[in-house]
Write a protein that binds this ligand. Sequence first.
Ligand code: FES
Length: 156
Amino acid sequence: MEAVSLERAESIVAKWKNKKGNLIMILHDVQDAFGYIPEHVARRISRLLDIPLARIYEVLTFYHYFKLNQPGKYKIAVCMGTACYLKGSPEILEELKTILHVEEGATTSDGLFYIECVRCLGCCGLAPVMAVNGTIYGNLKKGDVVDIISRYSKEG
Ligand code: FES
């Protein structure tokens, strides 16, 4: 798998090698290809472009768009916008972290769930809200979280 991803990364670098501002374009393509920026791929890009690895991580951490961890099959977005926050989304987030044993910005060890916080999901009337792969769950209570998660766990 690692060899395949390095091969893929090399062809992405070759595509952008002589273009200006290519680092960002390369990182975008890598994330499109793998869903995140694997560390071994970042190292290979650093060698191929002769750019310090620290510089690559500077860019990766500056733009929130880039993900450093492999995303789970189910991406859970917990809304931390004002309406949701005031109606209890921090409690929903804590419940998710407890049930899944994972922190925000990380994926569960079985690769199923990834948790992230977002600013507003555009349905503040249903606050507090979370989305699982884009499906909205609103008017959430702490007790709803376990049912929602178990539904997805069963599907695997
Ligand atoms: S603040 Fe949560 S949906 Fe808008």
